[in-house]
Every structure is written in structure tokens, then in C-alpha cells.
Design a protein. Structure first.
Length: 95
């Protein structure tokens, strides 16, 4: 992952927001206030992946989306494709 791509985002919190979605498993959530993309980072492994934030949990997006988002510079605003990806997750959840 290119540092330039990661640093191109405007993070809501510089260190990320600490969240615990499983007992004993703390993660760092990063949210870009410009493009509205969300990522979760495992502080132990330093692995980062793209997520969809729902009310009760983080839903991991496909690996192809994670690779794309982690390699791209911040688009500066929400992209129609990003909205479509999130919408599909919501639709599939409702089925």
C-alpha cells in the first residue's frame, strides 16, 4: 500500500477510532470525511481493509475493493461506484 494514497485522505481522527467488535479484539477505524470511505486496521498485524460500517458491525468489503481503495489517492468526494458497492451490501443483507 502506498503511503501517499493512505495520507491523501482527510481522516476524521488522526489516530483512528478504537472499536471493539469482538471481545478482546480491538480494531482501529479510519473514516475519510471527504470520500466517506471506511477502513479498519488490526493494530496487532497492521493489516488494513475496506469496510462498510453498519449499525452493529463492520462488513468487510471484497479484497478487490480493499486493494483498489488502499492504492488510490483519495478521490476527494464520494464516488458513484462506492455508493453502488455499499448499496449492494445492503440489498444482499435484506435478502
Amino acid at each position: 500500500m502506498a503511503s501517499d494514497a493512505w495520507n491523501s485522505h482527510q481522516w476524521s481522527s488522526a489516530q483512528g477510532r478504537r472499536v471493539q467488535v469482538e471481545p478482546g479484539k480491538e480494531l482501529l477505524q479510519h473514516h475519510c470525511s471527504r470520500c466517506r470511505r471506511d477502513f479498519v486496521q488490526d493494530p496487532t498485524t497492521r493489516e488494513r481493509y475496506a469496510v462498510y460500517v453498519s449499525v452493529f458491525r463492520f462488513r468487510k468489503l471484497p479484497d478487490s475493493i480493499t486493494r483498489q481503495w488502499l492504492s488510490e489517492l483519495c478521490p476527494g468526494a464520494p464516488l458513484p461506484f462506492d455508493v453502488e458497492v455499499r448499496s449492494k451490501l445492503i440489498e444482499n443483507r435484506a435478502k
